[in-house]
Design a protein around this ligand. Structure first.
Ligand SMILES: *[C@@H]1O[C@H](CO)[C@@H](O)[C@H](O)[C@H]1NC(C)=O
Ligand SMILES: CC(=O)N[C@H]1CO[C@H](CO)[C@@H](O)[C@@H]1O
Length: 527
């Protein structure tokens, strides 16, 4: 379905006005940025191994966990002043735990295999988004009024990683209350993109995206209710997987999701090397890993591939940039050449209502009949509600404790009506179409976002672009964001690989192939 001429015109007017407002904003905003700074290249070779490779080297006593953990601490200390990604570390505890891991390796009598089975990530460092509970670390999700609240225990996925022998280095920044695609709040400041510090790292798991891409971490954990794993993975050129919902436990995060939102929120891995995705998912899923077919061999030549280049033209969402369309065409060519498959081009007209569908379902009451907690109430954090118009007035005077996106969201909430039948019907149609197309052997290629990482604060002027990722939260499908090289401006490009419910192994296997074909993550210090 093409846009009508009127829609096209209105959407052009909207984009032009928003572009003009952003230019004006940049001119008027107090100069917070002191220009772009370049990251130093990675020099320690230990930082260039995947998590599973490191685990193997530690088990075989080829390297000590203490050396690996120290290498990551050194790198974080080198890059964090430039990117502001890690907001609280636990370096001395991590070094003690590394020494303990080295002692376990030395004393192991059952051989390397027994150790791999029992503690698959023994001695390997990892990072966690701050909104997850990690014992002894802040539990604030960037809310100024929650400064000083400390987690007393671990969120289940964090506990499972620790039980697998992995060692947490610290927690990383996110957007205020995890509801925006920039990682900025008044508690920890703004996180930057390591490829160009004047650009955003994405959000809400943006601290993870930034620290991983910088080489300050190798594996990490994030959560995703509209793209919060996939967007930072895309903007920072790394891998991120939003699993099938109901597989990885969402408990131990702040703010907690409503009953209805539990079906859309997913906890999942972010990492620099594709081979870490599957083992990480297996670990954080715990006993639920059995719901997926993570052990089955995937022969990519037997899969059916589809490519959808864009959403068909939503007037609210930016058109997909030519460079990204071209990158997706190259992926199609590469899959056809390497695997001898035919990638079918598809148009799915319901996708142009992605934002409306996401908005309608996210605010809906759950089976318990309760609507989600008002965002204005979450912002106040003390059982009361903030008054969004008052917050806006304070923000203009520079006196609000909240960020503009959070205030904007609370304002939107005030004017939100109930979803139209039309939108709900589009959702049903899209769901059955995708299920029919994907089956149990289909993989669909779709842009992660209409453009590469924008400058700081720019998303305020294109607030609906996350619809490209958000739609798959509503559809409940597993998605892997896969990097496919850098664009002209030196910022990462990527795309989403989508499969049917519980077919996570298909997108993970495809990501492994595309990593070999497109070289995966690149050191931002050398590009
Ligand atoms: C984090 O804070 C929330 C809300 O104040 C609380 O319910 C939760 O128990 C805290 N988590 C931990 C692990 O302390
Ligand atoms: C730029 C900025 O505000 N950085 C802060 C990040 O968080 C740490 C820990 O709270 C602060 O010490 C930094 O000043």
């Amino acid at each position: 379905m093409a846009l009508t001429r009127l829609e096209w015109f209105l959407s052009w007017v909207l984009r032009t006005v928003m572009g003009f407002l952003f230019t004006l904003f940049q001119l008027l905003a107090p100069r917070r940025s002191d220009g772009s700074s370049r990251l130093p290249p990675i020099t320690n070779p230990l930082l260039m191994f995947s998590g599973v490779q490191l685990a193997q080297k530690i088990r075989r006593k080829e390297v000590m966990s203490v050396e690996v953990v120290q290498a990551y601490i050194d790198r974080i200390q080198e890059v964090n002043p430039l990117i502001n990604a890690m907001v609280k570390d636990r370096f001395s505890a991590a070094l003690q735990e590394a020494a303990e891991a080295d002692r376990l390796v030395k004393e192991e009598t059952g051989g390397e295999e027994a150790l791999q089975h029992r503690l698959p990530l023994l001695g390997v460092p990892f990072t966690v988004k701050e909104s997850f509970n990690l014992q002894g670390m802040p539990n604030s999700t960037g809310l100024l009024s929650r400064r000083g609240v400390v987690s007393e225990c671990d969120a289940p996925p964090v506990a499972l990683l620790k039980r697998a022998g992995a060692i947490p280095l610290g927690v990383t920044n996110c957007s205020e209350l995890c509801m925006w695609l920039e990682s900025h709040n008044h508690l920890y400041g703004i996180t930057k993109n390591p490829y160009n510090t004047e650009h955003i790292p994405g959000g809400s798991s943006g601290g993870e995206g930034s620290i991983l891409a910088s080489g300050g971490s190798v594996i990490g954990v994030g959560s995703d209710i509209g793209g919060s794993i996939r967007l930072p993975a895309f903007f920072n050129g790394i891998f991120g997987h939003k699993p099938t919902p109901g597989v990885v436990c969402n408990e131990g995060q702040y703010p907690p999701a409503s009953e209805q939102q539990q079906h859309f929120l997913c906890t999942g891995p972010l990492c620099r090397y594709a081979e870490d995705l599957l083992p990480l998912l297996r670990i954080i899923a715990g006993p639920n890993a059995e719901k997926l077919s993570l052990s089955s061999e995937v022969d990519l030549r037997n899969l059916r591939f589809f490519s959808v280049p864009h959403d068909g033209g939503s007037p609210l969402v930016s058109p997909v940039a030519e460079q990204l369309l071209q990158a997706q065409r190259e992926v199609v060519e590469r899959l056809e050449a390497d695997l001898g498959v035919k990638v079918e081009q598809l148009r799915i007209p319901q996708l142009r209502y992605s934002f409306q569908i996401w908005g309608a379902l996210m605010g809906a009451p759950g089976r318990d009949g309760k609507p989600p907690k008002a965002f204005a109430e979450l912002m106040a954090g003390d059982g009361k509600k903030v008054w969004p118009v008052w917050e806006l007035a304070k923000w203009i005077l520079g006196l609000s404790a909240h960020t503009m996106p959070a205030i904007g969201l609370a304002l939107m909430e005030m004017v939100q009506g109930s979803p139209s039948q039309f939108v709900l019907q589009q959702k049903e149609e899209l769901q059955s179409r995708l299920e029919e197309v994907l089956g149990t052997d289909g993989v669909l290629l779709y842009p992660t976002h209409p453009h590469i990482a924008p400058k700081h604060h720019h998303p305020l002027f294109t607030p609906f672009n996350f619809a490209y990722t958000g739609i798959f939260n509503i559809m409940g499908l597993p998605v892997t964001q896969c990097p496919v090289g850098l664009c002209r401006e030196g910022l990462p490009m990527g795309l989403q690989l989508v499969a049917g419910k519980r077919q996570d192994h298909l997108t993970l296997a495809t990501a492994l192939h595309l990593e070999r074909a497109f070289r995966g993550w690149r050191d931002p210090g050398t590009v």
